[in-house]
Write a new protein. Structure first.
Length: 118
């Protein structure tokens, strides 16, 4: 059974940086794309960005474009979210997810908390 496990969350000051990791465990992990989402209290879950597992093509939400970068190391079954110039509005629980078909993310991690202080 494949599981996604995020790590790297924490408390950071505004303007700082943080890198999240998401490791897919399990013998037969495969994916069409991996994505990062976030959800702040009282808000709906927000798509941050995604990366195609095979070709490494990326797509980002406008709210994070230019500040966040998604990458992956296929050999490690790991996807990363590099977050720079963090703002208090970036405070949320961050989740990674995997899709076997486009835009259908059906495998999710447990989430990791990111808190940005002003």
């Amino acid at each position: 059974q494949v599981q996604l496990v995020e790590s790297g969350g924490g408390l950071v000051q505004a303007g700082g940086s943080l890198t999240l990791s998401c490791v897919a465990s399990g013998r037969t992990f495969t994916s069409y794309a991996m994505a990062w989402f976030r959800q702040a209290p009282g808000r709906e879950r927000e798509f941050i960005g995604a990366i195609s597992w095979s070709g490494g093509l990326t797509d980002y939400a406008d709210s994070v474009k230019g500040r966040f970068t998604i990458s992956r190391i296929k050999a490690k079954n790991t996807v990363y979210l590099q977050m720079n110039s963090l703002k208090p509005d970036d405070t949320a629980v961050y989740y990674c997810a995997s899709a076997l078909v486009p835009s259908r993310y059906d495998l999710w991690g447990q989430g990791t908390q990111v808190t940005v202080s002003s």
